[in-house]
Design a protein around this ligand. Structure first.
Ligand code: PLZ
Length: 455
């Protein structure tokens, strides 16, 4: 088996700060970077990663961080999982690329078989493999339009679907994703989401769905709509779980009106929310599902999986791409999927949820900035506001993330107003590491002394 540590000393199995953060080696890299990488490419943390294992990331100065971000919900099986590493090495030795559109190969087919088995619903399914989440969303729209012969696409307020031209149009937030990058693709219409913390009191999921349908009927007309594309839990928009009943009502409306329901499970998929796919929590079977991120344990792979009759509506040659379903990425996916299933990482996500909620929920009421603890499974967040109301407090979220990083814990922010601290730990994180990271986060939030890391 390939080791990730090579001949170097093994990674310390805990949080470890050898230098200030960022240390001298990271600062030197930041200087080199500034000369060749434009500022448009941001980084949440000023530390440069050298190697990682499970839920630990070591930087170039030898500091070891507890990872509560998983590279934005990607390395759910842990960074450089040994079985993924071995599968990648073996596949790379056999075949790095031929292009599935030129000379196809078995791992692509095997990933599509796994997706047919794992995604919600027992109908006949097909999958197309691509390389990024945005590409998956674009292809879902292409398929829905071709299958329905309609143009319009409905997307939710607070949605995030990517950075390509079509997916920028589908994404809600202007800064930083859209400002100055238009004109955007047409026939994309935004409809209201369900956002329990900020919706009027008593707004049930059914009523939130009726509000959406009303906007869609008036402004577009159901008979023009090809697809409703939505994240089962809003991701970049703030880890917003819709009110119960929202998704089932939308699914009924889509079915009754011949609208393709696309669940964008790029961030929620692959055990992250405590089920293999988040649509399962809603009891809904989407027509198409987009996946990426967690699918391949850190390698770039994404997919659209859906009803055979919709997927088969596209003419031969209408879907594809040079790198789509790269064999090394497919081998990584097959290894990662084996880990998700064999080690029941959906159950692990539910255990993480219980542990995190037990620590963080008591902060609501005790720490005035914490408006809500929410999420599903190991996709959890704190929405931070100015005390006494719901005015978003972006600066506090930035402070919390920076203070955690300085103490050796990687947490990310998100939210339409940038005021949400989100937790996306690898699903394999050890209890002791999770508890240690939560100790740091709680201390940062409450203003207590932050527990030190070994030096
Ligand atoms: N759909 C639901 O979460 C990616 C992107 C962060 P790509 N989210 C993280 C950033 O600032 O770029 C995402 C998502 C949902 C689609 C995407 C897009 O996936 O693989 O980044 O293209």
């Amino acid at each position: 088996m390939t080791t990730v540590t090579g001949t170097r000393a093994p990674l310390a199995p805990h949080r470890l700060l050898r230098t200030e953060v960022p240390g001298p080696a990271s600062r030197a890299l930041a200087e080199r970077r500034a000369r060749v990488v434009p500022p448009g490419v941001g980084s949440a943390m000023p530390v440069y990663a050298a190697r990682a294992q499970g839920a630990l990331v070591e930087d170039v100065d030898g500091n070891v961080f507890v990872d509560l971000g998983s590279g934005i919900a990607v390395t759910s099986v842990g960074v450089s999982h040994p079985e993924v590493v071995a599968a990648v090495a073996a596949q790379a030795a056999d075949l790095t690329h031929t292009c599935f559109m030129v000379t196809p190969y078995e791992p692509y087919v095997a990933v599509c078989e796994a997706l047919a088995r794992l995604t919600p619903g027992d109908h006949a399914k097909r999958s197309v493999l691509v390389s990024t989440g945005a590409e998956a969303v674009e292809n879902a729209v292409k398929i829905a339009r071709r299958a329905t012969g309609r143009d319009a696409v409905l997307v939710l307020d607070h949605a995030y679907h990517g950075r390509t031209n079509l997916t920028m149009a589908m994404t809600a937030r202007a800064m930083p994703y859209k400002t100055g990058f238009g004109p955007f693709a047409g026939e994309v219409y935004r409809v209201p989401a369900s956002y329990p913390l900020r919706d009027p009191a008593g707004m049930t999921g059914e009523r939130a769905a009726a509000r959406l349908v009303d906007v869609a009927q008036r402004q577009v007309g159901a008979d023009r709509v090809a697809a409703l594309v939505a994240e089962p839990v809003l991701g970049e928009g703030g880890f917003v779980v819709p009110a119960p009943g929202f998704w089932p009502a939308l699914a009924r409306w889509c079915r009754d009106n011949g609208i393709v329901l696309v669940a964008d499970e790029v961030q929620t998929g692959f055990a992250r929310t405590g089920a293999m796919f988040a649509a399962e929590h809603e009891g809904v079977v989407p027509d198409l599902v987009t996946t990426a991120k967690g699918i391949a344990g850190g390698l770039p792979l994404a997919a659209v999986t859906g009803r055979a009759e919709l997927m088969d509506a596209v003419h031969p040659g209408g879907l594809g791409g040079t790198f789509g379903g790269n064999p090394v990425a497919c081998a990584a996916a097959l290894a990662a999927i084996e880990v998700y299933e064999r080690d029941d990482l959906a159950a692990a996500a539910r255990r993480i949820e219980r542990r995190v909620r037990a620590r963080l929920e008591p902060l609501v009421g005790r720490v005035p900035a914490v408006a809500e603890v929410r999420g599903r499974g190991a996709m959890l967040a704190l929405e931070l506001v100015r005390p006494g109301g719901l005015e978003p407090d972006r600066a506090e979220a930035a402070r919390v993330a920076a203070a955690c990083a300085a103490a050796g814990v990687l947490v990310l922010t998100c939210g339409t107003w940038g005021n949400v601290v989100r937790l996306l730990p690898p699903l394999v994180i050890e209890d002791a590491l999770l508890d240690d990271a939560l100790d740091v986060l709680v201390a940062v939030l409450t203003g207590a002394d932050v527990p030190g890391a070994a030096a």
